[in-house]
Design a protein around this ligand. Structure first.
Ligand SMILES: CC(C)(COP(=O)(O)OP(=O)(O)OC[C@H]1O[C@@H](n2cnc3c(N)ncnc32)[C@H](O)[C@@H]1OP(=O)(O)O)[C@@H](O)C(=O)NCCC(=O)NCCS
Length: 184
């Protein structure tokens, strides 16, 4: 929910509007060899300046796109988005990408929970959907923790690190989200 100052905040983080100047950081993050194979099903290669130009128009596509900063130091730690997939069915795709130096601090869980809450409570979505690669165990555990369930697999559809791996579809429905809220 928006804070009194009109900013979107979680306990420790600020989610502010993504700006064109964030695009270079986004590309740097995507170029990090620890990140690229977890978030990118295309060729694992250095993404040069042409990608900067390709990314810029994408800024306006998602329903919700935010740069994530820490509240205390204002450090840029990543990006998150809800990209409209199907307005008629109120089904939105969730995405998150954090700077590796900030992994395992609970930020991913904090942001994902907030984005899911926001999608249902403020944006009136019916579903939140995502795709995750089978090798990305941290992300799969995180999504399950927040209430996503596995809905299917595209078997052996993504070549990662010398082998074919599954792409897993996950989702959470508004009723499931509401039931979890009542429990907590
Ligand atoms: C996937 C990703 C978003 C996870 O973010 P994260 O901030 O590391 O996630 P969390 O810190 O909430 O959870 C990770 C682990 O840290 C643990 N953790 C949670 N809070 C913690 C804290 N305060 N201190 C230390 N560890 C903590 C969690 O229990 C979790 O453990 P597990 O992996 O054994 O389940 C991040 O790794 C990332 O951006 N990866 C690259 C892009 C990517 O994969 N995006 C998703 C594509 S589908």
């Amino acid at each position: 929910m928006p804070s009194p100052e009109g900013r979107f905040t979680t306990d420790r983080l600020v989610l502010r509007p993504f700006e064109e100047s964030d695009t270079q950081r986004y590309l740097d993050l995507l170029n990090d060899v620890r990140v690229q194979p977890t978030a990118w099903a295309k060729y694992i290669v250095p993404l040069g300046p042409k990608w900067l130009e390709k990314l810029k128009p994408m800024i306006n596509e998602p329903l919700f796109l935010a740069a994530i900063e820490t509240k205390d130091t204002g450090e840029w730690i990543g990006v998150t988005d809800l990209g409209t997939m199907n307005p008629k069915n109120r089904d939105v795709y969730f995405g998150i990408m954090l700077v590796p130096e900030h992994w395992n601090k609970g930020y991913g869980t904090e942001v994902t929970k907030w984005m899911v809450d926001h999608a249902f409570h403020w944006l009136a979505m019916h579903r939140v959907s995502l795709e995750v690669y089978e090798t990305n165990e941290t992300a799969i555990d995180l999504y399950k923790r927040v209430g996503f369930v596995e809905e299917g697999r595209r078997r052996k559809s993504n070549w990662i690190d010398g082998r074919w791996t599954d792409v897993i579809s996950m989702g959470i429905l508004e009723d499931e989200w509401r039931a979890r809220k009542l429990q907590s």
